[in-house]
Ligand binder design. Sequence first.
Ligand code: BES
Ligand code: MG
Ligand code: ZN
Length: 492
Amino acid sequence: MQFSIFKNQLSSWQGRSLIVGLNKYEIDSQLKEIDFIVEPNEIKKKFKNNNFEGEIGSSISLNILGHNLEFLSIIGLGDKNKMNSDVLRNSLSECIRKVIDKEEKIGILMPWEELNNNAIYDIAEILRLSSYKDNRFNKHRDEKINLKEIEFLNLENIENISFKEVEDICQGVEFARRLVAAPPNDLTPLEMSKKAIEIANKHNLEIQILEEKDCLNLGMGAYLAVAKGSNLKPKFIHMTYRPENSVSHKVALVGKGLTFDSGGYNLKVGASQIEMMKYDMGGSAAVLGAAKAIGALKPKGVEIHFIVAACENMINGLAMHPGDVITASNGKTIEVNNTDAEGRLTLADALTYASNLKPNTIIDLATLTGACLIALGNDVAGMWSNNDELAKELLEASLKKGEGLWRMPLQNSYKDGLKSHIADMKNTGPRAGGSITAALFLEEFFDSNINWAHIDIAGTCWTDKNKGLNPSGATGYGVRTLIDWIKSKEKV
Ligand code: BES
Ligand code: MG
Ligand code: ZN
């Protein structure tokens, strides 16, 4: 998708489809801008018939006769003092979805002076991400996108604007969406490692794929215990971005990478949606999506490690038994009282590995618990952190990007729930507070001096219906928040 600024007189604009944003109390003056297309009075008559008053979140689509315009969509931005980016996101997404299969080009006209400086980039990001479609697996259904070009109108005072950053970030999100949406027979651990290698080659990142024997040498007994129940070999991915000059902040991003989670011998039955467990690699998709974007953006002063312990949780004769005791690479022993709590086992070794790199910050993302999905639903991910500053920064980044995030407690008293009679700990606590004990479990596997945040995306990595800038399906949740946070660490 191409973004450009239309610098000439608006009346010479040639497109057939236009989206216009209107502030509630300035409708008259703003309608003057488009009076070459339609008589303001005529539009206002239509507004009246449809009870449209420019209220926040309201929108109206008009068929325009006369001018070469065919589709005019008006979005109510409400009171300009109460502008809310969520509303902008929802209404723009809805409008654009109506035209993606029809028009090649659309124009967008906003009261730019009322919006903040980044509005144009935010809007570009919203338009691009909401007009995403994935037709890789439906060979006979014709769901094409015709939309190729978006022109921003009435911005003639803006100089030298570049959409490269928006483009890079969106490519990262779309990459993550494609990974998550791919079925488990397509996106295997091997395939995921190949995708990572492609990113590394394209953007000059360092990459290392640790094979099963390498992981064995590192003592990764927790990760390998999960992986051995599958006939597919595990692939431990470690990609590194090093900035050109000095490093002021070193980060490790760790993603849960279960390309399928059957539950193991604690098989997922009943309403547990085993058929959806291809998305159990949503955390690693966010991490690899971020790697793709970072590789293109090349931020200054931040060294970033991207870590994924990819495997499947399956059942064969070698699979973990419920009750097994295994040893993680930091020497701690774990009684596996539930083979379906496999994500934390893979993360145990991935976090230990990350910790040994001595980063300032570790952020892990994981579709870790159904309990988090129950607690916060599909629009909000849970976040646990041992550091208030980091938590605050991540909440700010997520708010800016409209990726719901809520801080949850690392309730120390719940650690009791992980006590084992036979090993250092169990992998599963009681049902109540299940996403908290999962976070407490993870905390056992890295140096406690490292600032750490864990983001449980079990609810947010997938949406069954169109929601804001996410068309139904994989959301690519996390990429934009991660990139925004990393940019805040940049030393220019
Ligand atoms: N991948 C699941 C968590 C999950 C559930 C993600 C639903 C998305 C939607 C994870 O491996 C899992 O099975 N967790 C168990 C933990 C339990 C056994 C303590 C769960 O949440 O039921
Ligand atoms: Mg599981
Ligand atoms: Zn899982």
